[in-house]
Design a protein around this ligand. Structure first.
Ligand SMILES: [Zn+2]
Length: 217
């Protein structure tokens, strides 16, 4: 990295994605200390910038939009991820530092529950995996001010959290050590991935229609 350039320029930098083979995707990231160093603040600004749709396009990202992104996916060895609880970087984004999670019982069943759905990842291009994850979790992390936050998540936000949290522990969703991916498809082109998702959406729509429930999400 050009240090001279970095000193003069406190603006965010467009970060490049780590390749699937990059070992940084398969190792635990370093914890972040507080108060944040100048370098860590710069990294966070660059992460917030680089997750935007326009910037992802510039680095030829395999997907158009991100629900979250971990620092090591940009070759940065820090325990930080960007979390988009609404499933897109266009709305709200949160900076999550030194995170962890533990599974929680489903409140109505009083037992741990998992569900499975198809996930994609910026570090696993042209592929999708059917991944089992806990439906309810309790998360703990620090925000940019260094405050420790504990909260409970369920459903989609819980899934995104587990995916991003796993990245910081060196686990991709299709890693056998993660033990959660029950089905995996590799596609030849981006169009083939899109066709697969389109078909999934249509199947779901039919299921909703036949069950008499209208689709609200
Ligand atoms: Zn990922």
């Amino acid at each position: 990295m050009d240090i001279t350039k970095q000193k003069q320029n406190s603006n965010p930098t467009l970060l490049k994605l780590a390749d699937y083979e990059d070992p940084i995707l398969r190792q635990m990231t370093e914890p972040v200390s507080f108060p944040l160093s100048k370098e860590d603040k710069q990294i966070i600004e660059s992460m917030k910038y680089s997750i935007q749709k326009d910037q992802l396009k510039k680095v030829n990202a395999p997907w158009d939009d991100a629900a979250g992104m971990a620092a090591n996916q940009w070759k940065i060895n820090k325990s930080i991820f960007i979390y988009c609880p609404n499933g897109t970087s266009e709305n709200e984004i949160e900076v999550i530092i030194n995170p962890s999670y533990e599974p929680l019982n489903d409140p109505s069943l009083e037992t741990l529950t998992k569900d499975a759905t198809w996930e994609g990842c910026f570090s696993v291009p042209l592929a999708t995996g059917n991944v089992q994850r806990f439906t309810h979790i309790r998360v703990k992390y620090q925000n940019e001010a260094g405050e420790t936050i504990v909260k409970e998540l369920s459903g989609w936000p819980a899934r995104v959290w587990q995916h991003e949290n796993d990245h910081l522990y060196g686990l991709l969703y299709n890693d056998p050590k993660a033990g959660k991916c029950t089905e995996f498809h590799q596609f030849p082109t981006k169009e083939a991935v899109e066709a697969f998702y389109l078909q999934l959406r249509e199947e779901r729509k039919k299921e909703y229609e036949s069950s008499g429930v209208s689709e609200s999400e």
